[in-house]
Design a protein around this ligand. Sequence first.
Ligand code: GTP
Ligand code: MG
Length: 445
Amino acid sequence: MFETLGGRLQTVFDGLQKRGKLTEEDVDKAMREVRLALLEADVNFKVVKSFVKRVRERAVGHEVMRSLTPGQQVVKIVNEELVATLGEPGRLNLGMQSPSVIMLVGLQGAGKTTMAGKLALFLRKQGRRPLLVACDVYRPAAIDQLQTLGKQLDIPVYSEGIDANPVKIAKNGVKEGKNSDATVVIIDTAGRLNIDEMMMDEIKAIKAEVEPIETLLVADAMTGQEAVRVATDFNNAVDITGLIMTKIDGDARGGAAISMREVTSVPIKFLGTGEKLNAIEEFHPDRLTNRILGMGDMMTLIEKAQTEMDQDEAQKAGERMMEGKFDLEDFLKQMQQIKRMGPIGQLLEMIPGMNKMAGDVDLSGAEGELKRIEAIIQSMTSKERRAPKIIKASRKKRIAAGSGTSVQEVNQLLKQFREMQKMMKQLRGGGKGRKGLMNMLGGGF
Ligand SMILES: Nc1nc2c(ncn2[C@@H]2O[C@H](COP(=O)(O)OP(=O)(O)OP(=O)(O)O)[C@@H](O)[C@H]2O)c(=O)[nH]1
Ligand SMILES: [Mg+2]
């Protein structure tokens, strides 16, 4: 599935040693995963190739920031490059003329008619007065469909039935818009199963007649490897000014958006996120990137970790850990650092692979758990924190009473801490072991 890029990269990065620079070998390993994940997300293979090349060039020899692990560094570069590829948030250009004419084109079933309704509603919410124009005379139900939408939204629809010429309908539609004081005219055109010449000629003729300020290619997120050809052909025929990706709510990964954007260089303007008429979203490259990479808000987490973690503190804790001196005092400090980064649930959601888990787990529990541990450690004397071994039965009783917990819970914490120490010992010994949460977050040790 889609979510796995984050997870996959994590696996690769777990194997990477912490070094000052990313080596070619490190980057190659990571790039293999990036390539696979993008192909799985239906990004066109040629586009994947050039994308990976760009990331690779940036990554090799890149200084690893002090606060990031090499893996996080690669994730950061992949993310930045993908956001750059997807481009600026695309705003609808309505020009100076009234009414502004918007024309929707695309393959059959892409979601043009639905998007026409969504756009009309979206624009009306912004205080515009839209008129919908039905230029699909080929599918008998097409005009009815638009008229039904119009009724539902209380937005006027212009049509001339199925015997009229689409170019004329478009022309008369714009005229009707002027007469009826509409400020935006949205033209819904017919789709075809495949791109054929007749269809292209027709939309070319409509475009020449009404000179729309926006010619938007509506494409289904499922378009897959076809995306490059579809986008290129439409762009060659009618010079599209923007892209709309629909059905982004389904299983498709939206990789087609990357392909289309890359080959046409026109901005992505909207996403269709469902069948309902309010299921429309203005395009934001960062959000789609997260969706495509399935990395949750990994970047936000990395940035948070960077700013919130006290570097020196982390460094010191790391050193103490390596020297085998890590005690409950350090443990408490680390926990407080993590807590300062925000509610634990939010943190979990940001970690790839965890977002699903976060939904299932009772997070108020985790939050409470952290608080309880904190209370227990705070009820200890500093001597006890430094040398937990001296905590025997009577001390346990006192600590439990002081923290409002039970001796059992104190025992549990001490046991957890001992296990952690054991793990650290193994880490020190083996050198290569698994990295813990703190390592991932702090990157400093
Ligand atoms: N889940 C989901 N379904 C959508 C979305 N947009 C459109 N659909 C559905 O996709 C189907 C086709 O949508 P239409 O708007 O009729 O597509 P079209 O491009 O006008 O199709 P033709 O006129 O036949 O070329 C309909 O069942 C819509 O409800 C979307 O963003 N999400
Ligand atoms: Mg239609």
